[in-house]
Every structure is written in C-alpha cells, then in structure tokens.
Design a protein around this ligand. Structure first.
Ligand SMILES: *[C@@H]1O[C@H](CO)[C@@H](O)[C@H](O)[C@H]1NC(C)=O
Ligand SMILES: *[C@@H]1O[C@H](CO)[C@@H](O)[C@H](O)[C@H]1NC(C)=O
Ligand SMILES: *[C@@H]1O[C@H](CO)[C@@H](O)[C@H](O)[C@H]1NC(C)=O
Ligand SMILES: *[C@@H]1O[C@H](CO)[C@@H](O)[C@H](O)[C@H]1NC(C)=O
Ligand SMILES: [Fe+2]
Length: 474
C-alpha cells in the first residue's frame, strides 16, 4: 500500500483502503480487482451554469451580426465544410465568402431554417456547405454578408491516407457551466494541439431549464464559437439533444439539435443525421445514436451492417466509434444503460477490430482494457467480459463539466475490465502518429494545461495488433 502523486503512472500492489478527509487534497491510487481508481479529490464546488450576462455569451456587435458560428466536416473525405451561423434581426444572407492565400474569393450559398419550440421561436439558422477545398490548406471565410460581416478561418485536413498524422480532441457532456468553460480553455491551451474535436454528445443542457428554454441553445452556441468556428467539431447526439417533452406539446425528438447542427450523413449513405461516418486523415470515424432504434432490421442497424465492411484499413488504419451512452461503465450512474446496444453491436466491433470507442453520458472519466463480452447466448451462461486483443478500448469522456455535476459513485470493487477511472472534469486528445501508433492522453481541469492524468500508446488493431494494455507488464 502506498500514497503517491497523481502524475505518477506506477501501480500499487493489492488492496488498499483509502479514507479521504473531505476538503483535503489527497492523491491516492488503488488497485482492486481491476485497474486504477484514482481518488484524486477535486475542490468541492457546486457546478453551476454561467449567468446569461457572462462574457462568453456576449452577442457580437452590429446589425444582424452572425453569431454562434460553427463548422463541421461537410463530406466523406474532408474536402468540404459545413458552415453554420445564426442571425437574429432578419434572415439576411445565407452566403459564405471563402478564400485561401493562393485562391480567388468564392461564394457558397446555403439556406436558413427556423423552428418553434413551445413558446420559443428560433432566430434564423444558416447552413452552407463549402466544397472542393484543397487539402491541408488554411481558408478564411466571412459570413454576415450585406449586414455585419465577421471573418473566421479553418485549416482543411491532409488527404486521407494510412500514415497521415492527426490530432483529435475529445470532449463530452460539455454544457455551459463555469467548469465547462474551464474544460474548453484547457482544450484550447493544451500543448498537444487538437485539430478537430470528436464531441460525444450532450451539448447545451438547455433541457434542464423550464420548458427546455432554447435560449440556452443560443447561449451555448455563442460560448463554443471561439473554438468551433475555427476547427470542426464532429457531432454525436446525446440524450440532452432529444428535447422530447410531450407535456408541453413537443413530441418531435431532436428538433432543436437537428435544426442547429447539420452533419454530412448522406455522404456515408445514412438516412439520418443521428448516425453517419466520415474519413479524416488516417481515421474512419463512425458516429452512432444511442437514442435511435438499433435493433435488427432498423435503419441504424442496416446502415452499420453495411458500413463496417466498407472500412478500408489500408486507407484509414484507425477505426474510431463515437456513441453517447457507454457500453463499459463502472460508475453507479447510467449503469448498464448502454447494454442493449452493446448486445446488438459488440460482436461486429470485435470482428472489424475497432480501435477505440469514445462515449460520454457518465460525468466522469474511465478507460477500459481491451475486452469483449460476446460469447453469451441464452443457454451457455458465458457472460463475463474477457480480455480480447481484437476488441476496442472503451473510453468514457463525459466529463466536460455541465451543470449536473460529477458522477462520483463507482461500483466496487473496480471491475477487471476497467483500467483507470476518476471522477474529475477534463478532456482528452487522440494523437495519431502513423498507421501503427497513436498517443492518447486525458487532462483533468485541476492540473496545468500540459499535465496528462492518464495516457496510453494505442497500437493499431489492423497494422500492429499486439497487446497495448497499460497494465500488461504488471
Ligand atoms: C414562455 O413561457 C414561460 C413560462 O410559461 C414564460 O416565463 C416566458 O416569458 C414565455 N416566453 C415567451 C417568449 O412568451
Ligand atoms: C471563460 O474562460 C475564458 C478563457 O479562459 C475567460 O476569458 C472568461 O472570462 C471565462 N468566463 C467565465 C464566465 O468564466
Ligand atoms: C452509490 O450507489 C449505490 C448503488 O446505486 C447506492 O446503493 C449507494 O447508496 C450510493 N452511495 C452514495 C454515497 O451515494
Ligand atoms: C510510428 O510512430 C511511432 C511513435 O511515434 C514510432 O515509434 C514508429 O517508429 C513509427 N513507425 C514508423 C514506420 O515510422
Ligand atoms: Fe447524457
């Protein structure tokens, strides 16, 4: 038994009872049946939303100035970008003006949409897809043409290929609390510069307000603009995107989300914006919906069944899945909520050697061993997760910092499949080096920007499928 600083990666022997004095910052680690449960104690503060008059929610000056500007990938390969923004005074122009250092100014024309939710009427929500971009190029773009123009920029990814390095950021369950702002700031200031965010669902938490006050969708859009106007965020739908509220007459699930956040789902043959795929650099990214039907014969099931054989690991060695509700989660929050989807799809993930599955939903952090639990049928009773080198690592990164606060209550003892878990807010980066290696690290908000609280070298399951478990040595 021992006590150590949380920055140390070493692991303790056998069982350790840890008694924590509230308010005292102790840094302990312990090994039970499973991996490490970090008992790092964060400062005990309530998680509260930033008030609407906060600096991060300020609307830009000027008549009909575009606000809530955000971009995401606009096609399968990264040569298109969907530019979205909101105008409040009148529709104005849905045009985007864009150019690079060595190209003429061009225009992409989009459309605007509005929706009503209970007694809320949305402003004008514009979406325009900018196509035929050069790879690996910095583009400037302007929206608000004809009224108040605002200028932003983004960098297109390199062409898809097996050894293209690329760094993804991972953020989930962000919300708009003071902690959310810390998470975003830490992501922005992380020296491992993320180039695109893989967002694992639960964006604004507007639904926690009376009548799902959609003004909190608007404030969230203004809050995250400082990142998502300059680099794509790849969207996954969470339960807080449902906005299903029959008690106030709102029976169309995902109404605010699907109006505000467009994704390139048709490019991957999907029939719904709630599940789709993209290729970016050396990765193939599959986004699934925990809150849409996925049983046999359903549209999502059929799409995924056809999608997985299309993944070409010679072109995109890294196969990454995003889904909101985790399949392997040892917290006493949302325990086993992901189970039915796991039962449907886990065997495919093993067959197609998915490298990593990122989920959110549980407001804490957890990383699993490579495990699978696919031997079970109704008769044989074989129902325990086992180590499996063809299986993905499951990472829960629902620790963005929303107003619902941290999940702190964990199942005990730590299950063998759980490699590391900690109840702290933070974000992660997944830094692909080449076809065989990717460096993953998790950063908690209490640390300095460069500190890695948990990390792992991922060995690609197709090109280098050797044991990459962080506990393999012990
Ligand atoms: C919407 O309804 C709520 C509660 O009934 C009320 O407080 C709010 O002022 C209304 N908003 C509008 C725009 O009517
Ligand atoms: C949010 O974070 C930014 C960047 O660190 C800071 O400038 C701003 O004052 C913060 N706002 C609030 C309300 O915490
Ligand atoms: C933790 O969760 C378990 C299972 O739901 C529950 O029995 C227990 O009371 C919880 N502990 C605390 C401190 O909330
Ligand atoms: C791939 O990246 C890893 C980590 O940076 C490095 O050790 C390895 O040599 C690289 N492989 C090739 C073929 O360059
Ligand atoms: Fe959630």
């Amino acid at each position: 038994m021992g006590v150590m600083g949380f920055a140390s990666a070493s692991v303790f022997s056998s069982k350790l009872a840890a008694f924590l004095v509230l308010g005292l910052v102790l840094n302990l680690g312990l090994v039970c049946n499973g991996g490490k449960t970090s008992t790092f104690v964060r400062k005990v503060e309530k998680t509260v939303d930033m008030p609407l008059e906060s600096d991060v929610f300020k609307a830009p000056h000027g008549y009909n100035a575009p606000e809530q500007v955000h971009i995401t990938q606009g096609d399968q390969l990264g040569k298109a970008v969907i530019v979205s923004w909101v105008t409040v005074d009148e529709p104005g122009s849905s045009k985007v003006l864009y150019w690079s250092a060595n190209s003429k100014k061009k225009t992409a024309v989009g459309k605007f949409y509005t929706y009503k939710y209970y007694n809320y009427s949305s402003p004008y929500i514009h979406h325009a897809t900018v196509r035929n971009l050069e790879y690996n190029t910095k583009y400037y773009y302007e929206v608000g043409i004809g009224h108040t123009k605002r200028q932003f920029w983004f960098v297109t990814p390199p062409a898809v290929g097996p050894d293209v390095p690329y760094t993804f950021g991972l953020i989930g369950d962000l919300g708009q609390s003071f902690d959310s702002n810390k998470t975003l700031t830490h992501y922005e200031l992380n020296p491992q510069k993320g180039q695109t965010v893989l967002f694992v669902g639960d964006l604004s938490y507007a639904d926690n307000y009376p009548n799902h006050d959609n003004h909190r969708w608007d404030s969230w859009g203004r809050f995250v603009e400082r990142s998502v106007a300059y680099q794509p965020w790849i969207w996954t739908a969470g339960n807080h995107e449902l906005d299903f509220a029959p008690e106030i007459g709102e029976t169309k699930p995902f109404k605010p989300y699907t109006h505000r956040y467009h994704v390139p789902y048709k490019a991957s043959g999907s029939t719904s914006p709630l599940w789709y795929s993209i290729k970016r650099a050396s990765s193939h990214i599959i986004v699934l919906s925990s809150y849409s039907a996925y049983g046999k014969y359903t549209p999502q099931y059929k799409w995924l069944e056809e999608e997985l054989p299309k993944v070409n690991r010679n072109e995109t060695p890294w196969l990454i899945v995003l889904v909101h509700s985790p399949w392997y989660n040892s917290y006493n929050y949302h325990y086993m909520e992901g189970e039915t989807m796991r039962v449907m799809f886990e065997a495919w993930f093993v067959k197609y050697k998915v490298d990593v599955v990122f989920a959110g939903h549980v407001h804490a952090y957890e990383r699993s061993e490579r495990v699978s639990n696919i031997a079970y049928n109704v008769i044989n009773g074989i129902c325990s997760p086992v180590k499996d080198q063809s299986a993905p690592v499951y990472i829960t990164i629902g620790d963005g910092g929303n107003l619902e606060g941290l999940a702190t209550n964990m199942t005990e003892p730590q299950p063998a499949y759980s490699a590391y878990r900690e109840a702290s807010f933070g974000h992660a980066t997944f830094d692909i080096k080449n076809r065989t290696h990717a460096y993953y690290s998790w950063h908690r908000n209490q640390d300095g920007y460069a500190v890695q609280a948990d990390s792992m070298w991922f060995f690609n399951r197709y090109y280098h499928p050797v044991d990459d478990s962080t506990s393999a040595q012990s």
